[in-house]
Design a protein around this ligand. Structure first.
Ligand code: FES
Length: 105
């Protein structure tokens, strides 16, 4: 599936990723800057925060409890913040657009 990442300067990067991976894994594998993922995907660091494009917010699975708790620690959290390690890619997410923050903490 194809994913689009927009960094804090507005630069757009399109990557292709395999279903079944997490959004964080796909971004790291593709060398997308701005995602630190310090805990390696354990939902324990909040440094894989992304901002989900408005059109996509309602199309992603809802925020689970561990993610909701950890998002409280995310720097510059916004209403559309998600943790990329908690989003597992499915075919329906083809074309997903997210932005990466300037800093993760
Ligand atoms: Fe640490 Fe997502 S990688 S919370």
């Amino acid at each position: 599936i194809n994913l689009v990442f927009i960094d804090s300067t507005g630069e757009r990067r399109e990557i292709s990723a395999a279903e079944g991976r997490t959004l964080m894994e796909a971004a790291c594998l593709a060398g997308i800057p701005g995602i630190d993922a310090d805990c390696g995907g354990a939902c324990a660091c909040a440094t894989c925060q992304v901002y989900v494009d408005a059109e996509w917010q309602s199309r992603l699975p809802p925020v689970g409890n561990p993610e909701a708790n950890m998002l409280n620690f995310a720097a510059n959290r916004r209403e559309n913040s998600r943790l990329a390690c908690q989003i597992r890619l499915t075919a329906e997410m083809d074309g997903l657009i997210v932005s990466t923050p300037e800093f993760q903490f």
